[in-house]
Design a protein around this ligand. Structure first.
Ligand code: NAD
Ligand code: UDP
Length: 322
């Protein structure tokens, strides 16, 4: 197959490029580097099965030659990023989804949308099955991301129903691993970088809110299986093991053997209080389940950040206000 991966220079997009290339496919990567880095794809330059196009996917997308698949991963994903880039986030979820769907239609290619657990908002149903419609504040600060992704899902289903495009929607739950930017601002990267530097761990609120963390290799396996399945309806891919943010902080400190203390910052507006995927459908239809426990995934991830802290003096990035 020859596939286009948008957001290819980002954390997840770059791992997906690797996976498709490892399986013998050809990959066209596209990115405008708004939150990604050329470092994430530097190892692919010179690979004859890999091409890269620097482009903003909110504008008309041109790719020469045949394409069998389009995987739309371009979008700021960290709350710190999408609060810094609210309008580009809305545009890439709406216009970027429209443009990439148009390309899939023109090429008669299969389409996979990277959606998110954020479509469930601050959920009233726990854990969250795909059938739950969510509890989202459209006009709060997170609305720029949540509503863009909800629009993207609606647009994807419209192209499926109206144009007959072969589509997939993956609802990704908090994923971590090497190639996240140290200053990405998400909780796992922040806590690891802070622990390595001996800086205070920044807990927002009381740290009793929960998340369920997926190691990147597990996620990529789930997405790869979904892409090659015939499952059109949205599919949760995530690790159901749920932790409070305080538990995550304690675990990171223990593994790093860090003497960092804690500092409490205001809980961001509309920060979901709980989040855990119901993965019954992924288990039954994709025969997929996560394999990497949080402790093991953190041990695989910490050396990557340690190198960046040692070589470049990398620092974390926090939300300054609630
Ligand atoms: P990331 O910020 O590391 O990567 C996103 C990439 O998209 C970056 O390289 C960025 O430069 C690129 N991009 C953004 N806007 C673009 C545009 N207009 N044109 C071209 N490129 C553009 O984030 P990530 O964690 O790799 O997330 C990738 C996708 O997965 C996103 O769609 C995100 O919403 C989704 N997702 C991720 C998670 C997670 O835990 N990592 C969870 C849910 C959903
Ligand atoms: N969080 C925190 N300290 C940080 C960064 C995040 O306590 O330095 C909390 C945040 O309030 C949220 C959880 O960790 O409850 C996960 O945040 P993240 O930004 O990783 O992603 P989210 O799941 O909110 O999209």
């Amino acid at each position: 197959m020859r596939v286009l991966i948008t957001g290819a220079a980002g954390f997840l997009g770059s791992h997906l490029c690797d996976r498709f290339l490892q399986e013998g496919h050809k990959v066209v990567g596209m990115d405008n580097f708004v939150t990604g880095s050329p470092d994430n794809i530097a190892h692919l330059i010179g690979n004859s099965n890999f091409e890269f196009i620097q482009h903003d996917v909110t504008n008309f997308v041109y790719v020469g030659g045949e394409l069998d698949g389009v995987l739309h991963f371009a979008s700021p994903a960290s709350p710190v990023d999408y609060l810094e880039f609210p309008i580009p986030t809305l545009k890439v979820g709406s216009l970027g989804t429209h443009k990439s769907l148009g390309l899939a239609k023109a090429k008669n290619a299969r389409y996979l949308l990277a959606s998110t657990s954020e479509v469930y908002g601050d959920p009233k149903v726990h854990p969250q099955p795909e059938s739950y419609w969510g509890h989202v504040n459209p006009v709060g600060p997170r609305g720029v991301y949540d509503e863009a992704k909800r629009f993207a899902e609606a647009m994807t289903m419209a192209y499926h129903r109206f144009h007959g495009i072969d589509t997939r929607i993956v609802r990704i739950f908090n994923t971590y691993g090497p190639r996240m930017r140290p200053a990405d601002g998400r909780v796992v990267s922040n806590f690891i970088v802070q622990a390595l530097r001996g800086d205070p761990i920044t807990i927002y609120g009381e740290g009793q809110q929960t998340r369920s963390f997926t190691y990147v290799d597990d996620l990529v396996e789930g997405i790869y299986r979904l892409f090659f399945s015939d499952r059109v309806d949205p599919t949760n891919i995530g690790n159901p093991d749920e932790f409070t943010i305080q538990e995550l902080a304690d675990l990171v400190l223990e593994i790093v053997a860090s003497r960092s203390g804690f500092t409490h910052l205001p809980l961001p507006e509309d920060d979901p209080r709980t989040r855990q995927p119901d993965i019954t459908l992924a288990r039954s239809t994709l025969d997929w389940q996560p394999r990497v426990a949080l402790r093991d995934g953190l041990k695989k991830t910490i050396p990557y950040f340690a190198t960046l802290v040692e070589k470049e003096g990398a620092t974390a990035r926090t939300l300054v206000s609630g």
